[in-house]
Write a protein that binds this ligand. Structure first.
Ligand code: TRP
Length: 334
Protein backbone atom coordinates (compact mmCIF):
# COMPACT_ATOMS: atom_id res chain seq x y z
CA UNK A 1 0.00 0.00 0.00
CA UNK A 2 0.96 3.60 -0.48
CA UNK A 3 3.14 5.25 2.15
CA UNK A 4 2.24 8.70 0.95
CA UNK A 5 0.07 10.97 3.03
CA UNK A 6 -3.52 11.07 1.93
CA UNK A 7 -5.27 14.25 0.87
CA UNK A 8 -8.76 14.98 -0.35
CA UNK A 9 -10.50 17.85 -2.03
CA UNK A 10 -13.73 18.53 -3.88
CA UNK A 11 -15.13 21.01 -6.34
CA UNK A 12 -18.72 21.92 -6.91
CA UNK A 13 -19.79 21.09 -10.45
CA UNK A 14 -19.78 24.51 -12.06
CA UNK A 15 -19.31 23.19 -15.61
CA UNK A 16 -16.42 24.19 -17.81
CA UNK A 17 -13.52 25.64 -15.86
CA UNK A 18 -12.00 29.06 -16.40
CA UNK A 19 -8.52 30.42 -15.82
CA UNK A 20 -9.46 31.41 -12.27
CA UNK A 21 -10.32 27.77 -11.47
CA UNK A 22 -7.16 26.56 -13.17
CA UNK A 23 -4.85 28.79 -11.14
CA UNK A 24 -6.93 28.76 -7.97
CA UNK A 25 -7.24 25.00 -7.57
CA UNK A 26 -6.69 22.67 -10.49
CA UNK A 27 -3.02 23.43 -11.14
CA UNK A 28 -2.40 22.85 -7.47
CA UNK A 29 -4.19 19.49 -7.53
CA UNK A 30 -2.11 18.49 -10.54
CA UNK A 31 1.06 19.34 -8.62
CA UNK A 32 -0.10 17.44 -5.56
CA UNK A 33 -1.08 14.24 -7.35
CA UNK A 34 2.53 13.02 -7.56
CA UNK A 35 3.33 13.89 -3.94
CA UNK A 36 0.31 12.56 -2.08
CA UNK A 37 -2.25 9.83 -2.29
CA UNK A 38 -5.05 11.99 -3.68
CA UNK A 39 -8.82 11.73 -3.68
CA UNK A 40 -10.51 14.39 -5.81
CA UNK A 41 -14.24 14.45 -6.33
CA UNK A 42 -17.11 16.36 -7.89
CA UNK A 43 -19.29 17.64 -5.05
CA UNK A 44 -22.64 17.22 -6.79
CA UNK A 45 -24.65 16.81 -3.59
CA UNK A 46 -23.13 20.06 -2.40
CA UNK A 47 -24.45 21.74 -5.54
CA UNK A 48 -27.87 20.42 -4.61
CA UNK A 49 -27.80 22.25 -1.26
CA UNK A 50 -28.15 25.55 -3.13
CA UNK A 51 -29.66 24.41 -6.47
CA UNK A 52 -32.24 21.91 -5.24
CA UNK A 53 -35.06 23.80 -6.97
CA UNK A 54 -33.32 23.79 -10.36
CA UNK A 55 -30.93 20.83 -10.45
CA UNK A 56 -31.16 20.51 -14.23
CA UNK A 57 -27.55 21.53 -14.93
CA UNK A 58 -25.80 19.58 -12.20
CA UNK A 59 -25.13 16.34 -14.06
CA UNK A 60 -24.09 18.03 -17.29
CA UNK A 61 -21.82 20.33 -15.29
CA UNK A 62 -20.38 17.33 -13.50
CA UNK A 63 -19.24 15.68 -16.73
CA UNK A 64 -18.04 18.96 -18.19
CA UNK A 65 -15.87 19.48 -15.16
CA UNK A 66 -14.55 15.92 -15.20
CA UNK A 67 -13.54 16.35 -18.85
CA UNK A 68 -11.74 19.58 -18.02
CA UNK A 69 -9.92 17.93 -15.11
CA UNK A 70 -8.65 15.16 -17.32
CA UNK A 71 -7.83 17.55 -20.16
CA UNK A 72 -5.76 19.82 -17.93
CA UNK A 73 -3.72 16.92 -16.56
CA UNK A 74 -5.35 15.30 -13.56
CA UNK A 75 -4.19 11.74 -13.99
CA UNK A 76 -6.49 8.89 -12.94
CA UNK A 77 -3.47 6.58 -12.65
CA UNK A 78 -2.14 8.80 -9.89
CA UNK A 79 -5.25 10.23 -8.24
CA UNK A 80 -8.62 8.72 -7.38
CA UNK A 81 -11.22 10.78 -9.25
CA UNK A 82 -14.89 10.27 -8.49
CA UNK A 83 -18.36 11.74 -8.11
CA UNK A 84 -19.71 12.24 -4.62
CA UNK A 85 -23.30 11.07 -5.18
CA UNK A 86 -22.05 7.69 -6.46
CA UNK A 87 -20.40 6.89 -3.12
CA UNK A 88 -23.42 6.52 -0.86
CA UNK A 89 -21.23 6.05 2.21
CA UNK A 90 -20.81 9.83 2.30
CA UNK A 91 -24.53 10.05 3.06
CA UNK A 92 -24.35 7.44 5.80
CA UNK A 93 -21.49 9.15 7.56
CA UNK A 94 -23.24 12.50 7.11
CA UNK A 95 -26.21 11.04 8.98
CA UNK A 96 -24.05 9.66 11.79
CA UNK A 97 -22.11 12.92 12.16
CA UNK A 98 -25.40 14.79 12.21
CA UNK A 99 -26.22 13.06 15.49
CA UNK A 100 -23.22 14.53 17.28
CA UNK A 101 -22.89 17.97 15.67
CA UNK A 102 -24.15 20.73 17.97
CA UNK A 103 -26.58 23.03 16.21
CA UNK A 104 -24.78 26.22 17.35
CA UNK A 105 -21.67 25.16 15.40
CA UNK A 106 -23.71 25.23 12.22
CA UNK A 107 -25.54 28.44 13.03
CA UNK A 108 -22.21 30.15 13.71
CA UNK A 109 -20.72 29.10 10.36
CA UNK A 110 -19.83 32.42 8.68
CA UNK A 111 -20.62 31.21 5.15
CA UNK A 112 -24.13 30.18 6.23
CA UNK A 113 -25.38 33.73 6.73
CA UNK A 114 -23.20 35.27 4.03
CA UNK A 115 -24.43 32.90 1.34
CA UNK A 116 -28.04 33.28 2.42
CA UNK A 117 -27.70 37.02 1.86
CA UNK A 118 -25.71 36.74 -1.36
CA UNK A 119 -27.99 34.16 -2.96
CA UNK A 120 -31.15 35.94 -1.87
CA UNK A 121 -33.19 34.78 -4.89
CA UNK A 122 -32.94 31.24 -3.48
CA UNK A 123 -34.62 30.02 -0.33
CA UNK A 124 -31.70 28.69 1.65
CA UNK A 125 -33.50 28.37 4.97
CA UNK A 126 -33.27 24.61 4.58
CA UNK A 127 -31.96 21.78 6.70
CA UNK A 128 -29.67 20.66 3.84
CA UNK A 129 -28.05 24.04 3.48
CA UNK A 130 -27.50 24.44 7.22
CA UNK A 131 -26.03 20.94 7.33
CA UNK A 132 -23.67 21.49 4.41
CA UNK A 133 -20.54 21.60 6.61
CA UNK A 134 -21.48 18.25 8.14
CA UNK A 135 -21.62 16.75 4.66
CA UNK A 136 -18.25 18.31 3.90
CA UNK A 137 -16.84 16.88 7.14
CA UNK A 138 -18.11 13.44 6.09
CA UNK A 139 -16.48 13.87 2.65
CA UNK A 140 -13.13 14.49 4.28
CA UNK A 141 -12.97 12.13 7.22
CA UNK A 142 -14.54 9.18 5.42
CA UNK A 143 -11.18 8.86 3.61
CA UNK A 144 -9.26 9.58 6.82
CA UNK A 145 -7.49 12.32 4.90
CA UNK A 146 -4.52 14.01 6.58
CA UNK A 147 -4.72 17.17 4.49
CA UNK A 148 -7.32 19.17 2.61
CA UNK A 149 -6.01 21.47 -0.15
CA UNK A 150 -8.42 24.40 -0.33
CA UNK A 151 -8.52 28.15 -0.71
CA UNK A 152 -8.98 30.38 2.31
CA UNK A 153 -12.76 30.62 1.86
CA UNK A 154 -12.96 26.95 2.89
CA UNK A 155 -10.92 27.23 6.09
CA UNK A 156 -13.98 27.51 8.39
CA UNK A 157 -15.35 24.29 6.92
CA UNK A 158 -12.15 22.36 7.50
CA UNK A 159 -12.00 23.76 11.01
CA UNK A 160 -15.48 22.50 11.68
CA UNK A 161 -14.46 19.14 10.26
CA UNK A 162 -11.63 19.01 12.80
CA UNK A 163 -14.07 19.75 15.63
CA UNK A 164 -16.51 17.12 14.43
CA UNK A 165 -13.77 14.47 14.08
CA UNK A 166 -12.50 15.21 17.59
CA UNK A 167 -15.98 15.10 19.05
CA UNK A 168 -16.76 11.76 17.42
CA UNK A 169 -13.51 10.23 18.65
CA UNK A 170 -14.16 11.59 22.14
CA UNK A 171 -17.78 10.50 22.44
CA UNK A 172 -17.16 6.96 21.20
CA UNK A 173 -13.75 6.70 22.86
CA UNK A 174 -11.97 5.51 19.75
CA UNK A 175 -9.60 7.27 17.33
CA UNK A 176 -11.69 6.47 14.28
CA UNK A 177 -10.91 9.70 12.47
CA UNK A 178 -7.59 11.53 12.11
CA UNK A 179 -7.95 15.30 12.56
CA UNK A 180 -7.20 16.75 9.10
CA UNK A 181 -5.07 19.83 8.36
CA UNK A 182 -5.76 22.60 5.86
CA UNK A 183 -3.24 22.68 3.02
CA UNK A 184 -3.78 26.30 2.08
CA UNK A 185 -3.71 27.06 -1.64
CA UNK A 186 -2.13 30.48 -2.04
CA UNK A 187 -3.60 31.91 -5.19
CA UNK A 188 -3.84 35.57 -6.09
CA UNK A 189 -7.30 36.63 -7.22
CA UNK A 190 -7.32 36.37 -10.98
CA UNK A 191 -8.96 39.33 -12.73
CA UNK A 192 -11.43 38.66 -15.52
CA UNK A 193 -11.67 40.52 -18.81
CA UNK A 194 -13.38 43.50 -17.12
CA UNK A 195 -10.88 43.76 -14.26
CA UNK A 196 -13.21 42.33 -11.61
CA UNK A 197 -12.51 38.91 -10.11
CA UNK A 198 -12.88 36.22 -12.81
CA UNK A 199 -16.22 34.61 -12.08
CA UNK A 200 -18.90 32.84 -14.07
CA UNK A 201 -21.57 35.11 -12.59
CA UNK A 202 -19.83 38.23 -13.93
CA UNK A 203 -19.53 36.87 -17.48
CA UNK A 204 -15.86 37.90 -17.60
CA UNK A 205 -14.23 34.49 -17.90
CA UNK A 206 -11.75 32.94 -20.26
CA UNK A 207 -12.52 29.21 -20.27
CA UNK A 208 -9.63 26.74 -20.40
CA UNK A 209 -11.02 24.89 -23.40
CA UNK A 210 -12.56 27.65 -25.44
CA UNK A 211 -11.61 27.98 -29.11
CA UNK A 212 -8.34 29.82 -29.67
CA UNK A 213 -10.13 32.48 -31.71
CA UNK A 214 -12.39 33.32 -28.74
CA UNK A 215 -9.44 33.54 -26.40
CA UNK A 216 -7.77 35.94 -28.81
CA UNK A 217 -10.87 38.13 -29.11
CA UNK A 218 -11.50 38.21 -25.38
CA UNK A 219 -7.94 39.26 -24.63
CA UNK A 220 -8.01 41.90 -27.38
CA UNK A 221 -11.16 43.38 -25.80
CA UNK A 222 -9.81 43.12 -22.29
CA UNK A 223 -9.65 46.14 -20.05
CA UNK A 224 -6.22 47.71 -19.45
CA UNK A 225 -5.05 50.61 -17.30
CA UNK A 226 -8.13 52.87 -17.61
CA UNK A 227 -5.93 55.99 -17.37
CA UNK A 228 -4.03 55.05 -20.51
CA UNK A 229 -6.51 56.48 -22.98
CA UNK A 230 -4.33 57.29 -25.99
CA UNK A 231 -1.49 55.28 -27.46
CA UNK A 232 1.06 57.87 -26.33
CA UNK A 233 -0.13 58.06 -22.72
CA UNK A 234 2.22 56.22 -20.38
CA UNK A 235 0.44 53.49 -18.40
CA UNK A 236 0.72 51.70 -15.09
CA UNK A 237 0.88 47.95 -15.70
CA UNK A 238 -0.10 47.19 -12.11
CA UNK A 239 -3.55 48.64 -12.86
CA UNK A 240 -4.06 46.42 -15.90
CA UNK A 241 -5.69 42.98 -15.68
CA UNK A 242 -3.76 42.09 -18.84
CA UNK A 243 -0.54 42.50 -16.90
CA UNK A 244 -1.89 40.27 -14.10
CA UNK A 245 -2.21 37.51 -16.71
CA UNK A 246 1.26 38.21 -18.09
CA UNK A 247 2.62 37.44 -14.63
CA UNK A 248 1.16 33.93 -14.92
CA UNK A 249 1.84 33.19 -18.57
CA UNK A 250 4.84 35.16 -19.81
CA UNK A 251 8.58 34.76 -19.34
CA UNK A 252 10.43 37.08 -16.95
CA UNK A 253 11.97 38.87 -19.95
CA UNK A 254 8.58 39.40 -21.58
CA UNK A 255 7.05 40.60 -18.32
CA UNK A 256 9.85 43.13 -17.95
CA UNK A 257 9.49 44.19 -21.56
CA UNK A 258 5.74 44.83 -21.45
CA UNK A 259 5.96 46.55 -18.05
CA UNK A 260 8.67 48.91 -19.25
CA UNK A 261 6.96 49.38 -22.62
CA UNK A 262 3.70 50.29 -20.89
CA UNK A 263 5.25 52.75 -18.43
CA UNK A 264 7.10 54.59 -21.19
CA UNK A 265 4.36 54.26 -23.83
CA UNK A 266 6.93 52.58 -26.06
CA UNK A 267 4.46 49.81 -26.83
CA UNK A 268 0.70 49.98 -27.18
CA UNK A 269 -1.91 47.81 -25.47
CA UNK A 270 -2.39 45.74 -28.61
CA UNK A 271 1.32 44.86 -28.76
CA UNK A 272 1.21 43.85 -25.12
CA UNK A 273 -1.92 41.76 -25.65
CA UNK A 274 -0.45 39.94 -28.63
CA UNK A 275 2.39 38.63 -26.50
CA UNK A 276 -0.12 37.51 -23.87
CA UNK A 277 -2.31 35.79 -26.47
CA UNK A 278 0.65 33.79 -27.76
CA UNK A 279 1.56 32.62 -24.27
CA UNK A 280 -1.98 31.84 -23.09
CA UNK A 281 -2.62 29.81 -26.23
CA UNK A 282 0.62 27.89 -25.76
CA UNK A 283 -0.80 26.70 -22.45
CA UNK A 284 -4.41 26.21 -23.54
CA UNK A 285 -3.93 24.62 -26.98
CA UNK A 286 -2.93 21.19 -25.61
CA UNK A 287 -5.74 21.28 -23.02
CA UNK A 288 -8.33 22.02 -25.71
CA UNK A 289 -6.91 19.30 -27.96
CA UNK A 290 -7.05 16.77 -25.14
CA UNK A 291 -10.63 17.76 -24.43
CA UNK A 292 -11.63 17.18 -28.04
CA UNK A 293 -9.98 13.79 -27.94
CA UNK A 294 -11.81 12.84 -24.73
CA UNK A 295 -15.15 14.07 -26.06
CA UNK A 296 -14.79 11.38 -28.72
CA UNK A 297 -14.36 8.69 -26.05
CA UNK A 298 -17.22 9.11 -23.58
CA UNK A 299 -17.17 5.41 -22.62
CA UNK A 300 -13.54 5.59 -21.65
CA UNK A 301 -14.13 8.67 -19.49
CA UNK A 302 -17.08 7.00 -17.80
CA UNK A 303 -14.98 3.89 -17.15
CA UNK A 304 -12.20 5.99 -15.63
CA UNK A 305 -14.67 7.54 -13.21
CA UNK A 306 -16.31 4.19 -12.53
CA UNK A 307 -12.95 2.90 -11.36
CA UNK A 308 -12.42 5.99 -9.22
CA UNK A 309 -15.85 5.50 -7.63
CA UNK A 310 -15.06 1.89 -6.92
CA UNK A 311 -11.69 2.62 -5.24
CA UNK A 312 -13.21 5.46 -3.24
CA UNK A 313 -16.12 3.28 -2.22
CA UNK A 314 -13.81 0.57 -0.88
CA UNK A 315 -12.01 2.99 1.43
CA UNK A 316 -15.25 4.69 2.46
CA UNK A 317 -16.93 1.37 3.31
CA UNK A 318 -14.07 0.39 5.63
CA UNK A 319 -14.34 3.66 7.52
CA UNK A 320 -18.11 3.32 7.82
CA UNK A 321 -17.72 -0.18 9.23
CA UNK A 322 -15.37 1.16 11.84
CA UNK A 323 -17.63 4.09 12.71
CA UNK A 324 -20.58 1.73 13.14
CA UNK A 325 -18.54 -0.52 15.40
CA UNK A 326 -17.36 2.46 17.45
CA UNK A 327 -20.93 3.63 17.96
CA UNK A 328 -22.13 0.08 18.55
CA UNK A 329 -24.92 0.14 15.97
CA UNK A 330 -24.03 -2.70 13.67
CA UNK A 331 -26.74 -5.24 14.48
CA UNK A 332 -26.08 -7.87 11.84
CA UNK A 333 -22.40 -8.11 12.72
CA UNK A 334 -22.84 -8.13 16.46
N1 TRP B 1 -17.27 23.24 -0.21
C1 TRP B 1 -16.31 23.17 -1.28
C2 TRP B 1 -16.52 24.35 -2.23
O1 TRP B 1 -17.59 24.91 -2.26
C3 TRP B 1 -16.40 21.89 -2.05
C4 TRP B 1 -16.21 20.70 -1.18
C5 TRP B 1 -17.16 19.81 -0.80
C6 TRP B 1 -15.00 20.29 -0.57
N2 TRP B 1 -16.62 18.85 -0.01
C7 TRP B 1 -15.31 19.11 0.14
C8 TRP B 1 -13.70 20.79 -0.56
C9 TRP B 1 -14.33 18.45 0.88
C10 TRP B 1 -12.75 20.13 0.18
C11 TRP B 1 -13.06 18.95 0.90
O2 TRP B 1 -15.61 24.70 -2.94
Amino acid sequence: MSERKRILSGMRPTGRLHLGNLHGALDNWIRLQSQYECFFFVADWHALTTDYASPGQITENTWDMVLDWLSAGLDPRQATLFIQSEVKEHAELYLLLGMITPLPWLERNPTYKEQQQQLDQKDLATYGFLGYPVLQAADIIIYRAHGVPVGKDQIPHVEMTREIARRFNFIYQREVFPVPDVLLTEAPVLPGTDGRKMSKSYGNCIYITEPGENVREKILKMMTDPARVRRNDPGNPELSPVFALHKLYSSPAEIEEVAEGCRTARIGCIDCKKILIKNVLARLDPIREKRMELEGKPDQVRETIRQGISSAQKVAAETIAEARRAIGIDPMRT
